[in-house]
Design a protein around this ligand. Sequence first.
Ligand code: IMP
Ligand code: MG
Length: 184
Amino acid sequence: MRLEDCKDDIVNVLISEEEIKQRMAEMGREISEDYRGKPLLLVGVLRGAIMVMADLSREISVPLQMDWMAVSSYGAATKSSGVVRILKDLNTDITDMDVLIVEDIIDSGLTLDYLKHNLESRGPNSVRIATFLRKPDVQKVDVPVDYVGFDIPNEFVVGYGLDYAEDYRHLTFVGTLAPHVYGG
Ligand code: IMP
Ligand code: MG
Protein backbone atom coordinates (compact mmCIF):
# COMPACT_ATOMS: atom_id res chain seq x y z
CA MET A 1 0.00 0.00 0.00
CA ARG A 2 1.33 3.41 -0.98
CA LEU A 3 0.95 6.85 0.61
CA GLU A 4 -1.81 7.93 -1.81
CA ASP A 5 -3.88 4.95 -0.60
CA CYS A 6 -3.81 5.97 3.08
CA LYS A 7 -2.97 9.70 3.19
CA ASP A 8 -5.46 10.46 5.98
CA ASP A 9 -3.90 7.90 8.35
CA ILE A 10 -0.28 9.03 7.97
CA VAL A 11 1.02 12.34 9.33
CA ASN A 12 4.62 11.96 8.25
CA VAL A 13 6.68 9.75 5.95
CA LEU A 14 9.81 8.99 7.95
CA ILE A 15 11.61 6.74 5.45
CA SER A 16 10.70 6.40 1.79
CA GLU A 17 10.65 3.22 -0.28
CA GLU A 18 13.71 4.46 -2.18
CA GLU A 19 15.68 5.13 1.01
CA ILE A 20 14.82 1.68 2.35
CA LYS A 21 15.97 -0.01 -0.86
CA GLN A 22 19.26 1.85 -0.87
CA ARG A 23 19.98 1.12 2.80
CA MET A 24 19.15 -2.58 2.46
CA ALA A 25 21.68 -2.82 -0.38
CA GLU A 26 24.37 -1.20 1.81
CA MET A 27 23.64 -3.47 4.76
CA GLY A 28 23.61 -6.52 2.48
CA ARG A 29 27.07 -5.67 1.15
CA GLU A 30 28.44 -5.20 4.65
CA ILE A 31 26.96 -8.49 5.89
CA SER A 32 28.26 -10.34 2.82
CA GLU A 33 31.80 -9.21 3.56
CA ASP A 34 31.57 -10.08 7.27
CA TYR A 35 30.16 -13.58 6.72
CA ARG A 36 32.19 -14.77 3.72
CA GLY A 37 33.08 -18.45 4.23
CA LYS A 38 30.89 -18.79 7.33
CA PRO A 39 27.76 -20.93 7.89
CA LEU A 40 25.30 -18.03 8.07
CA LEU A 41 21.79 -18.47 9.43
CA LEU A 42 19.40 -15.53 9.28
CA VAL A 43 16.81 -15.74 12.05
CA GLY A 44 13.83 -13.53 11.28
CA VAL A 45 11.60 -12.44 14.11
CA LEU A 46 7.96 -12.84 13.11
CA ARG A 47 5.96 -11.03 12.10
CA GLY A 48 7.53 -7.60 11.85
CA ALA A 49 10.76 -8.72 10.18
CA ILE A 50 9.24 -10.32 7.09
CA MET A 51 9.84 -7.33 4.79
CA VAL A 52 13.39 -6.63 5.95
CA MET A 53 14.19 -10.37 5.75
CA ALA A 54 12.87 -10.59 2.18
CA ASP A 55 14.74 -7.51 0.97
CA LEU A 56 17.93 -7.73 3.02
CA SER A 57 18.53 -11.43 2.28
CA ARG A 58 18.33 -10.77 -1.45
CA GLU A 59 21.10 -8.18 -1.10
CA ILE A 60 23.41 -10.74 0.55
CA SER A 61 25.84 -12.42 -1.86
CA VAL A 62 27.11 -15.31 0.30
CA PRO A 63 25.32 -18.62 1.03
CA LEU A 64 22.81 -18.51 3.88
CA GLN A 65 19.93 -20.35 5.49
CA MET A 66 16.79 -18.73 6.87
CA ASP A 67 14.68 -19.64 9.84
CA TRP A 68 12.03 -17.88 11.88
CA MET A 69 11.03 -17.32 15.47
CA ALA A 70 7.86 -15.82 16.79
CA VAL A 71 7.91 -14.04 20.12
CA SER A 72 5.32 -11.97 21.86
CA SER A 73 6.06 -8.88 23.90
CA TYR A 74 3.55 -6.31 22.79
CA GLY A 75 0.01 -7.48 22.09
CA ALA A 76 -1.98 -4.83 20.26
CA ALA A 77 -0.78 -1.93 22.40
CA THR A 78 2.07 0.47 21.69
CA LYS A 79 4.14 0.01 24.88
CA SER A 80 6.52 -2.87 25.63
CA SER A 81 5.42 -5.17 28.45
CA GLY A 82 8.93 -6.50 29.00
CA VAL A 83 7.53 -10.04 29.01
CA VAL A 84 8.86 -12.21 26.19
CA ARG A 85 7.29 -15.53 25.22
CA ILE A 86 8.46 -17.86 22.45
CA LEU A 87 5.43 -18.66 20.31
CA LYS A 88 7.38 -20.41 17.55
CA ASP A 89 10.90 -21.74 17.93
CA LEU A 90 13.57 -22.46 15.30
CA ASN A 91 13.48 -25.62 13.18
CA THR A 92 17.27 -25.41 12.80
CA ASP A 93 19.98 -26.81 15.06
CA ILE A 94 22.26 -23.76 15.38
CA THR A 95 25.26 -25.55 16.87
CA ASP A 96 28.44 -24.06 15.33
CA MET A 97 26.44 -21.75 13.07
CA ASP A 98 26.90 -18.00 12.69
CA VAL A 99 23.49 -16.65 13.59
CA LEU A 100 22.28 -13.22 12.56
CA ILE A 101 18.99 -12.18 14.16
CA VAL A 102 16.95 -10.01 11.79
CA GLU A 103 14.52 -7.63 13.51
CA ASP A 104 12.17 -4.90 12.40
CA ILE A 105 12.77 -2.49 15.27
CA ILE A 106 14.52 -2.21 18.61
CA ASP A 107 12.62 -0.11 21.08
CA SER A 108 13.44 -0.97 24.70
CA GLY A 109 15.70 -3.80 23.53
CA LEU A 110 14.04 -6.24 25.91
CA THR A 111 12.89 -8.60 23.14
CA LEU A 112 16.30 -8.82 21.51
CA ASP A 113 18.19 -9.04 24.79
CA TYR A 114 16.12 -12.09 25.66
CA LEU A 115 16.42 -13.64 22.19
CA LYS A 116 20.16 -13.16 21.96
CA HIS A 117 20.84 -14.85 25.29
CA ASN A 118 18.42 -17.63 24.46
CA LEU A 119 20.16 -18.39 21.15
CA GLU A 120 23.64 -18.06 22.67
CA SER A 121 22.80 -20.85 25.10
CA ARG A 122 22.38 -23.30 22.17
CA GLY A 123 26.04 -23.52 21.18
CA PRO A 124 26.28 -21.39 18.03
CA ASN A 125 29.59 -20.01 16.79
CA SER A 126 28.24 -16.45 17.03
CA VAL A 127 25.01 -14.51 17.49
CA ARG A 128 24.73 -11.03 16.08
CA ILE A 129 21.86 -8.64 15.49
CA ALA A 130 20.65 -6.75 12.44
CA THR A 131 17.73 -4.38 12.88
CA PHE A 132 15.92 -2.27 10.35
CA LEU A 133 15.06 0.50 12.85
CA ARG A 134 16.37 1.55 16.24
CA LYS A 135 14.77 3.91 18.72
CA PRO A 136 16.74 5.97 21.29
CA ASP A 137 15.34 4.09 24.32
CA VAL A 138 17.49 1.06 23.51
CA GLN A 139 20.23 2.33 25.86
CA LYS A 140 18.05 1.14 28.77
CA VAL A 141 19.19 -2.43 28.10
CA ASP A 142 22.75 -2.66 26.91
CA VAL A 143 22.19 -4.88 23.89
CA PRO A 144 24.89 -4.57 21.23
CA VAL A 145 23.43 -4.13 17.75
CA ASP A 146 25.78 -4.98 14.90
CA TYR A 147 23.81 -3.68 11.92
CA VAL A 148 21.30 -0.83 12.05
CA GLY A 149 19.26 0.38 9.09
CA PHE A 150 18.03 3.68 10.51
CA ASP A 151 18.01 5.41 13.87
CA ILE A 152 14.61 7.03 14.36
CA PRO A 153 13.04 9.34 16.94
CA ASN A 154 11.00 7.95 19.80
CA GLU A 155 7.60 7.82 18.11
CA PHE A 156 5.33 4.96 17.09
CA VAL A 157 5.82 4.11 13.43
CA VAL A 158 4.18 1.71 10.98
CA GLY A 159 4.93 0.19 7.60
CA TYR A 160 7.45 -2.12 5.98
CA GLY A 161 6.50 -4.92 8.38
CA LEU A 162 5.66 -2.77 11.39
CA ASP A 163 2.04 -2.84 12.45
CA TYR A 164 -0.52 -1.01 14.47
CA ALA A 165 -3.15 -3.54 15.64
CA GLU A 166 -1.90 -5.88 12.86
CA ASP A 167 -2.64 -3.38 10.07
CA TYR A 168 -0.26 -1.20 8.06
CA ARG A 169 2.48 -3.84 7.74
CA HIS A 170 2.09 -3.67 3.97
CA LEU A 171 3.02 0.00 3.58
CA THR A 172 5.94 0.40 1.17
CA PHE A 173 7.42 3.11 3.42
CA VAL A 174 7.76 3.87 7.14
CA GLY A 175 5.44 6.54 8.52
CA THR A 176 3.95 8.04 11.66
CA LEU A 177 0.29 7.32 12.29
CA ALA A 178 -2.26 10.10 12.65
CA PRO A 179 -3.69 10.33 16.20
CA HIS A 180 -7.26 9.60 15.04
CA VAL A 181 -6.16 6.04 14.16
CA TYR A 182 -5.41 5.36 17.85
CA GLY A 183 -8.91 6.49 18.67
CA GLY A 184 -7.34 9.56 20.29
P1 IMP B 1 11.29 -3.93 22.49
O1 IMP B 1 11.31 -5.21 23.26
O2 IMP B 1 10.77 -2.80 23.32
O3 IMP B 1 12.63 -3.60 21.84
O4 IMP B 1 10.18 -4.10 21.38
C1 IMP B 1 10.44 -4.56 20.12
C2 IMP B 1 9.14 -4.91 19.41
O5 IMP B 1 8.10 -3.96 19.71
C3 IMP B 1 9.31 -4.84 17.92
O6 IMP B 1 9.72 -6.07 17.39
C4 IMP B 1 7.93 -4.42 17.44
O7 IMP B 1 7.13 -5.55 17.22
C5 IMP B 1 7.36 -3.61 18.57
N1 IMP B 1 7.50 -2.15 18.33
C6 IMP B 1 8.31 -1.30 19.00
N2 IMP B 1 8.20 -0.04 18.53
C7 IMP B 1 7.30 -0.11 17.52
C8 IMP B 1 6.76 0.89 16.61
O8 IMP B 1 7.08 2.08 16.62
N3 IMP B 1 5.84 0.44 15.71
C9 IMP B 1 5.45 -0.86 15.64
N4 IMP B 1 5.93 -1.81 16.47
C10 IMP B 1 6.85 -1.45 17.40
MG1 MG C 1 8.77 -7.42 16.14
